[in-house]
Design a protein around this ligand. Sequence first.
Ligand code: IMP
Length: 167
Amino acid sequence: MKTLISEKEIKQLVKKLADQINFDYKDKKPILVGILKGSIVFMSDLMRQLDFDLEIDFISASSYGGTKTSGEIKILKDINCDIKGRDVLIVEDIIDTGLTLSHLKKILESRGPKTVKVVTLLDKPSRRKIKFKADYVGKVIEDCFVVGYGLDCDEKHRQLPYIAIFK
Ligand code: IMP
């Protein structure tokens, strides 16, 4: 496997995102909603650099029938908190087709939050099947499959401290 993003670069990307988010949310008390499972490593690093009051929750979703082309997703584990009137920041590891996030965002928006924004560590815009733009993007990457730093291939390689191209 070839390293695409080193530990040092990941730290810089997380710091850059945290600086932007600290600026935008300084007077707010958002709920960070991590998308399981891939976002947990990124979320734990990001939240430790945020200097405002926050809460965390998690959501887990999968596409129906195991295909990412159906455009429909199924919630496997929902958040536990009430987001009505709250600022919600969805934390994602990578955006690929955009289907998961665009559906999850709509589901959360239907519950009456004040705002819903998205932060993603990685983005593969060339793979989009639906128009979707995150509010905060760590790094745009080419069309390749990556593992490490929470990202998996069949549940493997999540624990790598760097991000590698999986062949
Ligand atoms: P989307 O609905 O196609 O945008 O799917 C996003 C989800 O697909 C991410 O949360 C990841 O779980 C998974 N995914 C997409 N690309 C990769 C990759 O390169 N490596 C590992 N998982 C990926």
